[in-house]
Design a protein around this ligand. Structure first.
Ligand code: G
Ligand code: G
Ligand code: MN
Ligand code: NA
Length: 252
């Protein structure tokens, strides 16, 4: 209860901020996307990671206004970068199940993107398998896709899912979960699962990205198997917009 009230106050006082983690196309070495990750800049406790407050925000329903604030901040940042002359860069935003269940979700997202004169194609919405699997959510997903947003499945392979859904869901991309990447050169089963995911993505014409890549062994395995998009500490940690700007400047 206590933390719920302070979360509400944090929203009023605008204490949330976004760090961005680059997604790298390994062959070209270029940053081709960013994942937006929320932080709470607490006046007494400093930067608080999302794992410490997102679950409470979800339980209390505050994730809905917080998630909307995230999207506003991301769109404002994207607009600022464009006005500064940077080429458009795709930014991925995490949606929570509660947000996804909002009736007017599509209208609200559309409004925020329009207010900032953005191309919906530059925004990627990350959902999880459990969210995607709900029958009544597929219309929402289709609507968002029709508006031009990119849709990705986060933490792919870790929740309840049926491969048949990949056939009918309007999805653009899957993100291989860090738990599988962790097993590279340690556990043949993890490697086998990654190879199967790469094959599925290839045959279904889906983009695929590996998350949580930390070691050169992991990177080599992925490169040897044609997984070219990487998000992980081996290249970049999540960081503030000003740092990202320097990276983008270097590659422009
Ligand atoms: O503490 P750590 O940075 O590992 O936590 C990351 C977790 O927080 C991930 O599961 C990520 O999806 C979630 N997360 C980060 N930013 C957001 C956000 O803006 N909205 C939602 N719903 N989840 C987020
Ligand atoms: O669950 P989700 O995929 O939305 O959240 C991504 C989380 O993974 C973020 O908290 C981000 O900081 C973390 N992350 C990204 N790359 C790495 C990595 O290479 N190693 C570790 N340990 N965490 C990572
Ligand atoms: Mn994510
Ligand atoms: Na993930």
């Amino acid at each position: 209860m206590e933390i719920k009230n302070s979360l509400r106050r944090a929203l009023e006082r605008d204490e949330f901020l976004i760090h961005y983690q680059p997604q790298v196309d390994v062959p070209s070495g270029r940053i081709i996307g960013l994942e937006a990750l929320i932080r709470w800049n607490h006046p007494m406790r400093g930067l608080i990671p999302p794992s410490s407050f997102i679950p409470i925000a979800e339980d209390s329903g505050l994730i809905v206004p917080i998630g909307e604030r995230v999207l506003q901040m991301v769109c404002a940042q994207s607009k600022a970068w464009r006005q500064a002359g940077f080429p458009p860069i795709r930014i991925a935003v995490n949606l929570s199940a509660r947000q996804f269940g909002q009736k007017d979700l599509t209208e609200r997202i559309k409004q925020i993107v329009e207010d900032n004169q953005l191309d919906p194609g530059d925004i990627e919405l990350e959902i999880t398998e459990n969210m995607a699997m709900k029958d009544d959510k597929q219309a929402t997903l289709q609507e968002l896709r029709d508006m031009g947003f990119k849709i990705s499945i986060d933490d792919f392979g870790t929740q309840y899912s049926s491969l048949a859904y990949l056939k009918k869901l309007p999805v653009d991309k899957i993100k291989i979960d860090r738990s599988f990447i962790n097993g590279i050169s340690r556990d043949h089963k993890d490697e086998a699962i990654i190879l199967a995911m790469l094959l599925i993505a290839d045959r279904l014409n889906l983009s695929i990205i590996a998350e949580g890549v930390e070691t050169s062994e992991q990177l080599s395995f992925l490169q040897d198997n044609q997984c070219h998009e990487i998000q992980g500490f081996i290249f970049h940690k999540p960081q503030p917009a000003e740092m990202i700007e320097q990276l983008l400047h270097k590659q422009s």
